[in-house]
Each structure stands twice: as C-alpha cells, then as structure tokens.
Design a binder for this molecule. Structure first.
Ligand SMILES: NC(=O)c1ccc[n+]([C@@H]2O[C@H](COP(=O)([O-])OP(=O)(O)OC[C@H]3O[C@@H](n4cnc5c(N)ncnc54)[C@H](OP(=O)(O)O)[C@@H]3O)[C@@H](O)[C@H]2O)c1
Length: 324
C-alpha cells in the first residue's frame, strides 16, 4: 500500500485528499518510480478546478523525479536504481510511487539534484520550447516576460539573458521585482502598480518588443498586444489570471500584422526524439550554470492543498517542490 493525493471531484484546493492507494506492478514498457520530489505547477490547479478536464477520480501532478524501483517487460533503460525525472502525460506525480512509460523518463545527469530535476522538467522544458522552438531571441532583442519571478518566469529571464536579449519582466510586487532583477531581468515592472504597456513603450522608445511570453492570460490581454512592434509575436502560453477571451483575427491586423500562438508543451515533445533533444538543451544550460533552478518553497506532499492555495494567491516565487 502506498499514498497519493486523489481528486474525486473538481473544485477548490480542499478537494486534494491524501489517501492510501494501490500502485500495482509495471507492465510492458513501464517503470515503477518511487518519487523523491514532485514539482508543483499552475497547470495542476487547472486540472483540479476542471479548466482542463480529467475524468475523476485521478491523481494530479505532471512533474516529478525519483528512483526506478522496478521495470516492466522489455525495458532495458532506465534500470532499477537509476534516478529519473519526467513531466507531462499521464498525470499522477502527486504520489509516493507511480507507474510511468519508460521511454518518457529522462535519466537525471550527475550534478543535478532530484529536487532541481523535479522542478525543472515541465517549467524548464516549457522555457526551452518558448525560447528555442517558438521564438528564439536574437542578440540585442528586447523581450517581455510576464510573471517574471514565477516558476517558468525565472527560468525564462535567465535563459533569455543568456541568449543575449534585454529582458523586460512584469511582477506583482517589489520583492518579486528584485528577485527577477537578480535573475536576468534588466527592467522589472510592477504591473500591479504601473501600466505595463506604457512602461514597455517608454523602455523601447515607442518601438515595442518583437515577442511577449505571456503565461498570465486574461489580465494581460489585450495589453500584451499593445507592447508588440509591427509583426511581433504574442505567445500566450498560460492562464494564471484566467483564460484569454476569444481574439478576432482582425485585431491582429489592426495592431500591426501580429502573430499569435497558443502552444502546449506536450505538442513540442510528442516524440521521444523531441523530448530528449529539448531536455538535452535544458540540462546543458543548467549544468553550465547559465540557468539556475531555484527551489524556493518546499511542502510535504500531503499538504498539497496549502501549496495550491499559496500558488494561486501569488505567494510563491521560482519553483516549488512537494516532498512525499
Ligand atoms: N503551455 C504550456 O505548455 C505550459 C507549460 C507550463 C506552464 N505553463 C503556464 O505558465 C504559467 C506559469 O506557470 P508556473 O507553474 O511557473 O506558475 P508561476 O508563474 O510560478 O505562478 C503564476 C504567477 O502568475 C502571476 N499572476 C498574475 N495574475 C495572477 C492571478 N490573478 N492569479 C494567480 N497568479 C497570477 C503571479 O505572479 P505575479 O504576482 O508576479 O504577477 C503568479 O506567481 C502558467 O500560466 C502555466 O499554466 C504553460
């Protein structure tokens, strides 16, 4: 018998229940992993609330790291005893032990701790997707990153800076602005106090930025579009403040022939080759110290409800891990 957080009905943080569960044995192509650290992500709140529906009951969580305890038929790697990390489908990382497809688990390189790995698979690969697959800032580009002190945000700031960009970032408080500044954000804007569109226009001398990385959603729309220069790209990749309302194609024309994309990491790591090549790029910038993965909050896994409330109330910065 093992334990996991289970959701029986979509709803507020109180629906997260710590319960005994059966994990079973790994089948063909599967691993049994004993989780040592579980990553907390904003998407976990969408799953919990039903914004991204999952049929109940289910164990939430899309990011984690641990040790391989058993392998199913046909699995030659990873091996029992290896440290592995994983993200994305199927959910189920909020558990002491879980079953996961072997070909989607990545062996954790030396020099990267389980906690770092658990908190950078989804967030770091998302940053990699945004900066290396969707819009790679050229040296000298000025880019705008919303929620710059958040989990994805802090990784984006450091990596964009490493690529040679000038980074403008928005944050919800002075303290978060200092943290973003210490992590590659040249111009933090406290968007709860100042109009970020005016600030971006001032900083870019009215030209606007070529790209906005926008994980905030509802509250930064349509402002994000007004920060873009002609033919700029709005990458709307999350709903931290709520989903963005429908956008008319003519709006993109009127604001300067803009590009809009609404990506999801799963679609960029659909094949094992795509997953491993993106992970290689992420591990490389982390191992050389260009991107530091900051685990700023720890909770016991059974206290996941408290972690969800803190995340939704904007109390966290950087990455958060839940410890089984
Ligand atoms: N598309 C994908 O494949 C993909 C993958 C991973 C993550 N994401 C998205 O990336 C975004 C960041 O994820 P994360 O896990 O790293 O979370 P996070 O950035 O650590 O937390 C969300 C942040 O959003 C900001 N925010 C602004 N308005 C908010 C509101 N009304 N309520 C709550 N937060 C608000 C807060 O920062 P301030 O206080 O500084 O404003 C908050 O700390 C999320 O939208 C997530 O869904 C997308």
């Amino acid at each position: 018998m093992t334990h996991a957080i289970r959701i029986h009905k979509a709803g507020p943080a109180s629906v997260l229940k710590w319960q005994e569960t059966e994990v079973g044995k790994p089948k063909k192509g599967e691993l049994l992993i004993r989780n040592t650290a579980v990553g907390l992500n904003f998407i976990d709140t969408y799953h919990r609330k039903g914004l991204y529906p999952i049929s109940t009951p289910f164990t939430p969580g899309v990011e984690g790291a641990g040790i391989v305890e058993a392998v199913g038929r046909g699995v030659t790697k990873p091996k029992v005893g290896d440290r592995v990390a994983y993200c994305s489908d199927p959910p189920g990382s909020y558990a002491e032990q879980r079953i996961f497809p072997a070909e989607r688990a990545i062996k954790i390189p030396n020099g990267i701790s389980d906690e770092q790995a658990a908190s950078m698979m989804l967030k770091g690969l998302t940053a990699a997707m945004l900066l290396k697959r969707i819009y790679k800032p050229a040296k000298g580009d000025t880019v705008l990153i919303h929620a710059a002190a958040g989990g994805v945000g802090l990784i984006l700031c450091q990596w964009a800076k490493h690529l040679g960009a000038t980074v403008i970032g928005t944050t919800g408080s002075r303290k978060k602005a200092s943290l973003a500044r210490a992590n590659g954000c040249d111009h933090p804007i406290i968007y709860t106090e100042k109009d970020f569109v005016q600030q971006v226009q001032r900083l870019t001398k009215g030209e606007g930025v070529p790209v906005v990385y926008d994980g905030v959603g509802k509250n930064t729309y349509p402002g994000s579009l007004d920060c873009l220069r002609s033919r700029g790209m709005w990458i709307t990749f999350g709903n931290a403040s709520g989903p963005v309302p429908p956008v008319a194609p003519l709006t993109l024309l009127q604001k300067g022939s803009l590009f809009m994309t609404r990506p999801m990491l799963n679609h960029y790591i659909a094949t094992t080759e795509e997953l491993t090549s993106l992970a290689r790029e992420l591990f490389s910038v982390v191992r050389k110290g260009a991107v530091k993965i900051q685990v700023n909050q720890h909770y016991a896994l059974k206290d996941a409800a408290k972690a969800h409330r803190d995340l939704e109330q904007r109390k966290t910065t950087g990455s958060t891990v839940l410890i089984p």
